[in-house]
Design a binder for this molecule. Sequence first.
Ligand SMILES: [Zn+2]
Length: 528
Amino acid sequence: MFDTIISGGEIIDGTGAPSFVADVGIAGDRITALGDLTSATAINRIDASGLTVTPGFIDIHTHSDFTLLADGRADSQLCQGVTTEVIGQCGFSCAPLGRQAGGSQLFGYVDVGIPINWRSFGEYLEQLERARPAVNVAAFVGHGAIHSAIKENDSSPSTANEIDAMVRLAEEAFDEGAWGFSTGLEYWPGIAAPLEEIAALTTVTAKRNGLYSTHVRNRDVYYDLGFSEAIATARHTNAKLQISHIQPKFGAPAMAMQHTLEMLYRAGREGVDVAFDIIPHDWNHTSMVSVLPMWAREGGTTKTLERLKDPALRKRMKENPRPMWRLVTVGRWNDIVLLHSVANVDLIGMNFSDIAQLRGVDPFDAVLDLLTEEGEALPQMMWTSHSFNDNDICMCMREAKCMVMSDTLALSQRGPLKGLIGSLSGYGWTARLLGHYARERGIISLTEAVNRITVRPAERLGLVDRGRLRAGAFADVTVFNPKLVHDESTVLAPLSSPKGFIHVMVNGCFAVRDGVRNDVQSGHVLRH
Ligand SMILES: [Zn+2]
């Protein structure tokens, strides 16, 4: 007797093997049989003929650390078949926190009355558990959090004693369940951290058999410096390396993607354990405040806002030689679009050429004005740009070591996060992979596409009993229509849910059934 039988679907088990037709039997939170279950009995029998049945998708790179605390429903991910998220990426994690830390320093923070009363990584995971996330969550500890917990807002170079204290915090995070360690070397404070600090922390990661994921220092004109720093760190410290969102950005030479892959495979032949992931989208996104030079951001949001009001300092801000995006440097403002703001909701979806024209100011001044108007919500302000080259994405996607991920926030439009936008991938990244890249363009096959968001990330992380559809595994299952699956989100409608997803099960419970989101939150906080 099964709780549920999903019968007659085309099974893609996640390994990359050819699909086959079979029934999936589920009892409790596990898949207990896979085969012909015609004569078996079940409380629920679901006809999946004509549909594709896969393991629940694993998103190996998200920034849902705070949003899942604020609202565990994760509708945006469940509506596209994601059942496990890996948070704590690009150096950002919600823990550990220093004594004086507040919410506004947390990535994706929205003031919805959540008390910031945890300090250690373990306390944060317990708080996350109380929020009952609807997806499973595996958390990394971020360099930015560790560094800031020790240094607060002090921007002087870390001393040996301070690095020792950071190492102890990393060890504690691994003791308490971290799956890996991440850096964001293009962001504060990663941008200022010496090699020795990063190496000390990746050494801990290697000893604890964690994964080291890195948002490298540069992915445009100095892309080769960015990637070789990551390789050198992994080689020197024996850490397992995951290059995050590997695609080069606007401004990189045309051969950058090919060259990068050659560098990584060469390092692989020399014994460096390296893999990578990509966002299946040619639009990039980041926090808008990253356009400012580091000196303008020292001391936190209040100080930044004061400086934004000083005409002489504004002039210096506009001369920032590294405004994160080369599109800014060369003034391609029509390729940069406002994605999230609370002070200027009416401008969302407009590009900065048009915003500047509307306001009768220079585009960079429009950027600084909007940042000023955002006030204390400044760190959450997002913009998006046409920064990635689609050929690079296709080239990468075909590679054996490539995983696909969202780089976004788990959201729900039904609760306190209503209206929040994470990125253009937020509501449709898996649909874009399966529909746009696999079915419509044939860049990779459907079985390969599923493999890149199931078995590959599971094996890379060392997740046990998830990622592969087989008897004995946890019942994380996604059922979709392979002919209809389609990303509906656009710059003007980034919150549109994708088409084609029928059922999504997390630990044996239907989070989505017959295309409708149930009020079920059955995810687990996974500990390494
Ligand atoms: Zn990143």
